[in-house]
Design a protein around this ligand. Structure first.
Ligand code: ACO
Length: 370
């Protein structure tokens, strides 16, 4: 038995949800470029869950259900108010999502219909939790979700307590489409491993949030923004990046386990970053990002991943850094739950082996003789 570090190149399951072939990402056979240009996040979530794009009537039903499920139990809001204000938002979200299960009588109902409803419920409630966490941290009261608007619009509304502009809603909606699913990424795998024990969907999504939090995965978008803040201005980009490279430190937002010739999602976020900067009359964050890319690609041959330009996009939408990874979680909930439903459909416990590298033939020594 020889271990493959990081399971690189191991095909661990079959899935019909999303695929990465020759650097092209598709959801249910639809190219991500096509979806980013034309689909809404709600259509994308439906596609991931049910394997086809919704009809107008199906979309209307989904939007109605998402609106109906968006309010979260008041007990969960009360608990969130007790969390330390300086706790990581992802840690707080992980706890809050876990708590949702305690107030859902159907949490352990393993029927297909109940799990499908819980997938929609989680998708509706996680944006409400993230917006509430942001406001509570600032000492503000959470804003209740609005009925009849998209997840992107509702989220921005709940963050600020006022209606967002159309351009911001469209930009966030596209970012949500781009982050919705990504084959067997670390957090999705974590979610599938959890529910493959026949544990419940809330446990699966809680595990996935824990995995997404790390800086080698979803946490990289916050690390990118931290780096842009540390750099401070375009003139400091080159010395900063060269210093990092000399110290052999990783540059967040670059590299990918699967894409070696570039992440197909990055170009959309790069374009959005440029357009938002131009619209707001300040392209410095975009220009700094482009300069970093030129240096890293030139020196190391590494290309930006989905997290790199999303940092400047979210900042230009007026969203604080602490919410970047939680926004990734809002979007990826659609993919996580689609994978969890798929796992339940044809389940087998996921239990690989380890190559043992420890000591052999040890003999027990009583404690007073050690
Ligand atoms: N900056 C500098 N060097 C890098 C980077 C980077 N961002 N990424 C990879 N490398 C180098 C490594 O140092 C290593 O070099 P070496 O062989 O000389 O030691 C080589 O490239 C291979 O890197 P690994 O870390 O082994 O590649 P792996 O496939 O395990 O990791 C990962 C992929 C985790 C994404 C990595 O590229 C990385 O850490 N990137 C920065 C974090 C990041 O942006 N994560 C988000 C990924 S996308 C997502 O999850 C949504």
């Amino acid at each position: 038995m020889t271990a493959i570090k990081g399971l690189e190149g191991i095909v661990a399951t079959t899935s019909s949800i999303s695929s990465i072939v020759d650097g092209v990402l598709t959801y249910r056979g639809y190219d991500i470029d096509d979806l980013a240009e034309h689909a809404t996040f709600e259509e994308t979530a439906f596609l991931l869950w049910f394997g086809k794009l919704p009809t107008a009537a199906e979309l209307q039903v989904l939007q109605r259900d998402l609106s109906a499920f968006a309010p979260v139990p008041e007990q969960v809001i009360a608990q969130m108010k007790l969390y330390p204000k300086d706790a990581s938002t992802m840690a707080a979200l992980r706890s809050a999502v876990s708590s949702l299960a305690l107030y859902d009588e159907s949490a352990d109902d393993m029927s297909r219909e109940a799990n499908r409803i819980k997938a929609v419920k989680l998708q509706a409630q996680i944006p409400t939790l993230v917006a509430a966490l942001s406001r509570i941290r600032k000492g503000l009261e959470p804003v209740a979700p609005k009925e009849g608007v998209s997840i992107a619009e509702n989220f921005l509304y709940m963050l600020r307590g006022q209606d967002p502009d159309e351009i911001s809603v469209k930009a966030l909606d596209t970012a949500l489409v781009l982050h919705a699913d990504h084959e067997l990424n670390a957090s999705t795998f974590a979610g599938r491993v959890t529910v493959a024990t026949l544990s419940d969907i809330y446990s699966g999504v809680t595990s996935a949030i824990g995995a997404l939090k790390g800086p080698l995965h979803g946490g990289a978008n916050e690390a990118v923004m931290k780096m842009l803040e540390e750099i401070g201005g375009i003139e400091s980009v080159e010395p900063y990046v060269r210093g990092k490279l000399e110290r052999r430190e990783k540059i967040m937002g670059f590299g990918h386990r699967v894409y070696k010739n570039g992440d197909p999602r990055a170009k959309h976020l790069m374009k959005m970053s440029r357009e938002l900067g131009t619209m707001k009359g300040n392209t410095e964050l975009y220009e700094m990002s482009v300069k970093i890319e030129e240096l890293i690609t030139g020196e190391k041959g590494l290309r930006p991943n989905v997290d790199f330009y999303s940092a400047s996009v979210y900042t230009q939408l007026g969203i604080e850094r602490e919410l970047f990874t939680p926004i990734f979680a809002i979007s990826r909930t659609s993919g996580w739950t689609a994978h969890i439903l798929e796992q339940y459909e044809d389940n087998r416990l996921i239990r690989p082996r380890a190559e043992y590298t420890g000591l052999l033939e040890q003999t027990y020594v009583p404690v007073d003789e050690r």
